[in-house]
Design a protein around this ligand. Structure first.
Ligand code: NAI
Ligand code: MG
Length: 340
């Protein structure tokens, strides 16, 4: 086993260290080529170094361009800004890729296999917000603005079509609200149609208004293949799609830029169950699998996916969030056996 690819590893807060331990144990046993550079971020780093995102961590990320990251706690309403949002913007990680597949048998949906690709930097996440005073009430009106650029709309839709080509997918659905937000969402739709025309005959184009899409995803999720959309819609729809297949414990995500990738679980630090050894490590494990595919090790990625599918057939190996009683350690041990 040769470890030749340097990668930054951030265990994170709350359940982060528990699930990261599980993931690195399994990935190392699998023969993953990553040479882990352990760095810190989040509340743990803040308490230790006085900053939630130490310079050494940023240096490591710049050097490796490849990160496996546990969840980071963001203090609500005070303290430091979300590290996740900071990293996305600092490293131009413009595409958020969230695959959703049915792998737990006996759930509500049998044949879900879709990917939500969310624009990760612009839209309403620009958070240009302020209050306007009326009649002495300083907070009488809450005002918010967002922006989408032509360049970014083009780049994210192109990313989605290229993803479809590379992953042998047949259809890309552009999700928008251009009927109401004729300019903000309209630019995304028009730019998206232009890009789609270049892929005619190879990848089909479909268009959906976001509210109708939400309903259809609940009724007929198997009709969807690749979904591409702007930041806020993608945030909401990708949590919805995670819910179709067993919840946050089963949802991985990748933040991708031109030269960099940060791989993580969609869920947060789960402070309510931290330290109890009962967290589901599979979302982060799937993120690890995406990272393997990203560096061209589809062989290892597929073996890991296969092992996860195999153990989930056994009810006794499902964690509490999936209705079972298994511990994080039970899942780790079962995966170690399954990858042999
Ligand atoms: P959360 O995702 O941490 O937890 C929501 C619920 O899901 C909780 O009941 C939790 O126990 C459960 N859950 C989450 N992951 C699980 C897992 N792997 N196994 C079993 N159960 C799991 O969301 P919450 O409570 O809103 O946020 C907690 C903290 O995490 C906040 O500080 C938030 O800002 C942060 N957060 C960080 C993210 C990241 O680093 N990417 C993403 C989302 C939230
Ligand atoms: Mg979200």
């Amino acid at each position: 086993m040769t470890k030749t690819i340097p990668a930054t590893l951030i265990a994170g807060d709350g359940i982060g260290p528990e699930i990261m331990q599980s993931v690195t144990t399994v990935m190392d046993a699998l023969g993953a080529p990553f040479l882990w550079d352990h760095q810190s971020a989040g509340v743990g780093a803040f308490d230790q170094h006085g900053t939630a995102l130490p310079e050494a961590t940023l240096d490591s990320i710049r050097r490796t361009g490849l990160v496996l990251k546990g969840p980071l706690t963001t203090p609500v309403g005070k303290g430091f800004r979300s590290i996740n949002v900071t990293l996305r913007q600092a490293f131009d990680l413009y595409a958020n890729v969230r695959p959703t597949q049915t792998i737990v048998p006996g759930g509500r949906y049998e044949n879900v296999d879709l990917v939500v690709i969310r624009e990760n930097i612009e839209g309403l996440y620009a958070a240009m917000e302020y209050y306007m005073a009326v009649d002495g009430d300083p907070e009488a009106v809450a005002y918010g603005a967002g922006f989408n650029t032509r360049t970014e709309c083009n780049r994210i839709v192109r990313f989605a079509f290229e993803y479809a080509v590379k992953n042998n997918r047949k259809k890309v659905t552009l999700v928008h609200k251009a009927n109401i937000l004729k300019i903000l969402s309209g630019l995304f739709l028009h730019e998206g149609r232009k890009v789609a025309a270049e892929y005619e005959g190879r990848v089909a184009l479909e268009e959906r208004i976001v509210d109708a899409c939400a309903m259809e995803l609940v009724i007929r999720p198997e009709n969807y293949d690749v979904i591409v959309t702007t930041n806020l819609f993608g945030d909401i729809l990708s949590d919805l799609t995670a819910g179709l297949v067993g919840g946050l414990g089963m949802a991985p995500g990748a933040n991708i830029g031109e030269k960099m990738g940060i791989f993580e679980a969609v869920h947060g630090s789960a402070p309510d169950i931290a330290g109890q050894g009962i967290a589901n490590p599979l979302a982060l494990m799937m993120a690890g699998s995406m990272m393997l595919a990203h560096v061209g090790r589809q062989d290892l990625s597929q073996r890991l996916d296969g092992a996860m599918k195999q153990i989930l057939q056994v009810e006794g190996l499902r964690t509490r969030d999936l209705g079972g009683k298994a511990t994080t350690q039970d899942v780790t041990q079962a995966l170690l056996r399954a990858i042999q």
